[in-house]
Design a protein around this ligand. Structure first.
Ligand code: GRG
Length: 291
């Protein structure tokens, strides 16, 4: 069921990005960019955006630019994450990593071009939301992606390798590296729905916690998952000396932590009533996922 939903949403977002790129002037980087962002990946962040849209009756048409921008940033982060100077991974989504296929320089440039494409997509004049909302969304996307967000989290992740870190330091790192983009997904829908600052803040927090849960599941998959299903080598975290909640808490306590976190997220969504059905399904999938 959830698999069908993910595939359907991924197709919609892929189609949007393909068409968007087609309308632009062509360049040598389009091929590695497409390789990095299209036809691969669960596009779960887009599904979450559509699910949250259902809480406020926001149509997919009003959210598709946000989905596409998020997937561009996410894929950019993965392309750069796989580079030899970062995690040095040669396989992603069951295929050679972008730098293996196209070379390191092209991967750096394609990744950076996906970052800027995200901002073109959000600020596009054909994206019909008002300018104040666009400005707010653009600023939030920038701050979630940069040194206070994904990039800052990645720096901590690399600096924490083979170091003994406290739980709170790891949570802070994971919330930036993975949580901030999920934070943005919920916040941006709140902006389009014209919600109050208080409501948008609450959506941000829920988003960041969903991101932390997602990262925990990623850690479990690295330890116990199958390379074939996950689409990338597993058991790398231990080899690389990564500081994760799983490595510091151990399996049993990490599962307990993840379940408690999931319950907290669901409790905070209760006020939205039955409209949360799709979002809850996606959150349940996040913890149980095998890919
Ligand atoms: C500033 C955006 C930006 C990036 C540069 C390299 C880097 C800094 C950040 C890397 C962040 C990173 C790799 C976080 C891990 C998040 C994570 C769990 C990724 C896996 O996401 P899935 O499972 O991947 O959604 P698919 O393949 O399904 O798209």
């Amino acid at each position: 069921m959830i698999k069908k939903k993910l595939i359907k949403n991924a197709k919609k977002v892929d189609k949007f990005i393909i068409n968007y790129l087609k309308k632009q002037k062509q360049s040598l980087l389009v091929k590695p960019m497409r390789y990095g962002v299209i036809s691969g990946g669960k596009k779960i962040r887009s599904t979450i955006i559509f699910d949250v849209g259902k809480l406020f009756k926001i149509s997919e048409k009003k959210l598709i630019n946000i989905c596409a921008a998020v997937e561009c940033i996410h894929s950019y982060s993965l392309i750069h994450d796989d580079l030899p100077c970062m995690d040095n991974d040669t396989m992603r989504r069951g295929k050679p990593s972008t730098h293996v296929k196209f070379g390191e320089a092209s991967a750096v440039l394609a990744g950076s071009s996906l970052l800027t494409l995200a901002f073109e997509i959000i600020t596009d004049e054909r994206y019909l939301i008002n300018h104040k909302m666009k400005n707010e969304i653009t600023r939030a996307l920038a701050s979630c992606s940069g040194h206070t967000g994904i990039a800052g989290g990645q720096e901590l992740d690399l600096k924490f390798e083979n170091k003994k870190k406290k739980i709170n330091q790891i949570i802070d790192m994971q919330k930036k590296k993975t949580g901030k983009l999920f934070n943005f997904c919920l916040y941006a829908v709140g902006v389009v729905a014209n919600k109050s600052d208080k409501e948008k803040k609450s959506l941000s927090i829920i988003g960041e916690e969903i991101g932390l849960l997602f990262q925990l599941a990623d850690d479990f998959l690295d330890k116990k998952g199958s390379k074939k299903l996950v689409g990338k080598p597993v058991k790398k975290d231990k080899k690389k000396g990564k500081s994760t909640l799983l490595s510091i808490l151990g399996e049993e306590k990490a599962y307990y932590f993840a379940n408690t976190l999931k319950k907290k997220i669901l409790r905070n969504l209760e006020k939205h009533g039955k409209k949360t059905k799709e979002l809850i399904n996606t959150i349940e999938f996040i913890l149980e996922r095998q890919f």
